[in-house]
Design a protein around this ligand. Structure first.
Ligand code: AMP
Ligand code: MG
Length: 326
């Protein structure tokens, strides 16, 4: 009789960090110390890179904007460098100096606030990734003008997820599902030696309702979307991803952009950038990095790149969304 019992093989560790709920799923036999180390590392990254923590390295750069150089840790420096790189390649769609505009819109704070044109115009003058100066020799960073500020909200979770993966693999854990506030990494295969199944959020429905399911193995899956916390005012769907060219929440025809890539830091930045750019330019961008994508458009279609065609299954009951071709 006992042979027929289903044995629960996984254990889940949930923890708050990076301003969100995170989860690491591993086999029950996995070394707890390794998972503890990974969680500790996420906390370390949050402490260094949060723009909300007063003593973080990023807050120091913001505090001394227009005044002086701030020496930062190698991982912070490398992430700033990569961010600047992605700004160049995305023609400024991804821009971590977006913080003054994020503040103006009161993203996460003020409810349904729509700033005046003049306010947007003024804050927008402070947004320019070229004003983030980096000195390789001293690992220092500085913002050129007072009032400028960095926000790593579009990339830090991806970086933290990559670090969790590295620590798990170094510690001998070869099977895991890492979920840092929606930045997912499928490490290896599941216990049935099958790819992990990742639900892709339906941007038109409540959280946990999927447009489809993706089979994932040794990849990161990251979605940027306007589904969470948005309101419509003056005909604009207002959400938390800003077009740095206009200072207004991106209206690119996308409801969500899901990026699938080996590296989660990259997938995170690319999903934010692609969401700003829209499907056509977003595709051009992700191709440069060999990434794949699932786009949900505001005419209720779901587009999947060639590399995912055999791995993505649409949920039939989502009749409100249909599949398109790219
Ligand atoms: P994500 O959910 O990864 O797309 O990141 C969105 C977060 O990144 C926002 O909450 C902001 O903190 C920040 N952000 C908003 N717009 C941009 C942008 N154009 N480039 C970089 N970061 C952004
Ligand atoms: Mg992102």
């Amino acid at each position: 009789m006992e042979k027929n019992l289903v044995v629960h093989r996984y254990t889940s560790r949930k923890f708050l960090s990076l301003g969100t709920l995170n989860e690491i799923i591993t086999e029950v036999e996995a070394d707890k110390n390794v998972i503890d180390n990974a969680i500790r590392r996420v906390g370390e990254i949050d402490d260094a890179m949060s723009a909300f923590k007063r003593d973080s390295e990023i807050s120091k750069i913001n505090l001394y904007a227009g005044q002086k150089w701030v020496s930062v840790s190698p991982d912070c420096f490398n992430l700033l460098k990569l961010s600047t790189n992605l700004s160049e390649v995305s023609a400024g769609a991804f821009d971590i100096t977006i913080k003054p505009i994020v503040e103006l819109w009161g993203i996460n704070k003020k409810s349904n606030y729509f700033p005046e044109d003049l306010q947007i115009h003024t804050a927008l003058k402070l947004v320019n990734y070229k004003d983030l100066l980096l000195d390789e020799k001293s690992h220092s960073a500085r913002l050129a003008n007072p009032g400028q500020a960095i926000d790593l909200g579009g990339i830090a979770k991806g970086y933290a997820a990559d670090e969790v993966k590295r620590i798990l693999l170094d510690g001998g854990i070869k099977t895991a599902l890492i979920n840092l506030g929606g930045n997912i990494i499928a490490v290896g295969r599941n216990h049935e030696n099958m790819p992990w199944k990742i639900g892709i959020q339906n941007p038109m429905a409540v959280r946990g309702t999927y447009v489809g399911v993706l089979s994932a193995e040794n990849v990161s899956v990251v979605t940027s979307g306007s589904n969470e916390r948005f309101f419509v005012k003056n005909g604009v769907r207002c959400h938390h991803i800003i077009n740095p060219k206009t200072g207004i929440p991106a209206q690119s025809g996308l409801l969500s952009a899901t990026i699938v890539a080996e590296n989660s830091t990259l997938a995170d930045a690319l999903s934010t950038a692609a969401f700003v750019l829209g499907m056509e330019k977003g595709l051009d961008l992700i191709k440069k990095y060999g990434a794949e994508a699932i786009f949900a458009t505001d005419d209720f279609k779901v587009y999947v790149t060639d590399g995912l065609k055999d791995k993505f299954v649409m949920c039939e009951k989502e009749a409100s969304l249909e599949r398109g071709c790219i």
